[in-house]
Ligand binder design. Structure first.
Ligand code: EPU
Length: 420
């Protein structure tokens, strides 16, 4: 298994280009199943999750091609069920349920499992499909959904932690081809959901209220092929911004959508990080002295859970007491014991992590547990004294395009090696 070997203590300097957003492209790839016509998606990041989703679409009968950041799909013929094991392995694959049900009136999709960040139920996805008129059963590890016709309705998609991102995506895709009007209340407002809605509208769907908690979808008979460019990855951009601050560097983040990053930029500013916006570029520079902050993760436009781990690495380096409260995923603190191996002083009290920052970090072998935890460990390793080996980096390759090459270009001493 591959690892990253990092020699810490080098400030990051230079420019980095932001890739297309993983969490926008995965549901958009699923949405291509809603038409027989060819769809062309540009600015697609080369990630293992994207390759995996491509395989799932192929297993459903679609023809796919992925070359130089452009993903071409044509699902002229479509099966209602794909490869059980392929679908089960990737959480994001649940968003094929809505398109299959919308186009074929039936779907058989393996239940995605829980994962280290939480149990990750899909009850809200299923509730949404039932409200649209689908009959749903769970049999032998499959979700089996049938509906002769889906009918538009008013439905509420809020759960115990607020809206659901992929649940909103799923219901929007199914409702695009339903009879009549669907109104989703407590819809997710994430930019990735908006990108999907814009993609669907370009295909001929009639969706309004995009980016608000009330989304209205007027069902249409048919959708057509389309070309679309995926939005930049706000989580990747935030990760590089935090890395620049943590290493005491200065980085120009090219092609970021700062307007999708208000909560993160606001907290970085509160920490004392210097930020300069220039059109689509963002320059990030560590201020003279960092200050501790309190953060609570929330649905968009609040502070994103996908940046919580990276921010914790920065707070571990910041003198003073910071508190980070995780309100979206109940066990998204797997990075805490690994940061402790580097010398960080962090304790967990219920949903909150209490960080006594400012202790010197020193390199050690550490283990990545999930995508964003891995990014946090890389940031901490780059700021620590000595060598850090981050093991199990396949998590990173799921969601960060060529992160080691991008960091090397910024001056980081980081290389891929065979590891545990
Ligand atoms: N939830 C339910 N029932 C459901 C669905 C969700 O109770 O049916 C709960 C979840 O357990 C969680 C909350 O609702 O407590 C929000 O979960 P959500 O459904 O919004 O998460 P998701 O759609 O499965 C996407 C991203 C995640 C990101 C979350 C939150 C993709 C492929 N995944 O997941 O991304 O953390 O939204 O913003 O879009 C990542 O990129 O590292 C990642 C985990």
């Amino acid at each position: 298994m591959e690892s990253l070997l990092i020699k810490g203590g080098v400030p990051l300097h230079g420019q980095v280009h932001i890739s297309g957003a993983k969490n926008a492209v995965l549901p958009i790839m699923a949405a291509t199943l809603l038409t027989r016509e060819k769809c062309v998606i540009r600015n697609v990041p080369d990630l293992s999750d994207v390759q995996f989703m491509g395989k799932i679409l192929e297993s459903l009968g679609a023809t796919v091609k992925f070359e130089d950041g452009t993903f071409t799909v044509q699902a002229a013929k479509l099966k209602g069920h794909g490869d059980y094991d392929l679908i089960r392995k990737m959480r994001g694959s649940i968003c094929i349920l809505g398109p299959l049900l919308g186009r074929l009136g039936k779907a058989q999709v393996s239940l995605p499992g829980g994962c280290v960040i939480g149990t990750r139920p899909i009850d809200l996805h299923l509730k949404g499909m039932r409200d649209l008129g689908a009959k749903i059963t769970i049999e032998k590890g499959y979700v089996i959904a049938n509906a002769r016709r889906l009918s538009g309705t008013e439905l509420f998609l809020g759960g115990r932690s607020g809206p659901t991102v992929l649940g909103t995506a799923n219901v929007m895709m199914a409702a695009a081809l339903a009879d009549g009007v669907t109104i989703i209340s407590s819809a997710a407002c994430e930019p990735e959901v908006c990108d999907l809605a814009n993609f669907l509208n370009a295909m001929g769907a009639k969706i309004s209220g995009i980016g608000s908690p009330t989304v209205t979808i007027m069902g249409v008979k048919e959708l057509h092929g389309v070309e679309h460019e995926v939005i930049p990855d706000r989580i990747e951009a935030a990760t590089f911004a935090i890395a620049a601050a943590a290493t005491n560097g200065e980085v120009q983040i090219k092609g970021a959508r700062a307007d999708h990053m208000h909560a993160v930029l606001d907290k970085l500013g509160e920490c004392g990080v210097k930020l300069e916006r220039n059109g689509p570029d963002l320059t990030v520079k560590r201020g003279s002295r960092l200050k501790p902050v309190d953060i609570t993760t929330l649905p968009y436009s609040g502070f994103p859970t996908d940046c919580q781990a990276q921010m914790m690495a920065l707070m571990a380096l910041t003198p003073g007491l910071s508190i980070i409260t995780e309100r979206i995923f109940e066990s998204r603190f797997m990075h805490v014991p690994e940061l402790a191996r580097l010398g960080a002083d962090i304790s967990i009290e219920g949903p909150s992590a209490i960080i006594k920052g400012g202790r010197p970090l020193s390199g050690a072998p550490i283990m990545a547990s999930d995508l964003r935890a891995s990014a946090a460990l890389v940031i901490a390793g780059m700021a620590a004294k000595g060598s850090t080996q981050v093991n199990r980096i396949y998590h990173l390759d799921r969601g960060y395009e060529k992160i080691d090459t991008k960091l090397q270009k910024l001056g980081a001493r980081i290389e891929r090696v065979e590891g545990e």
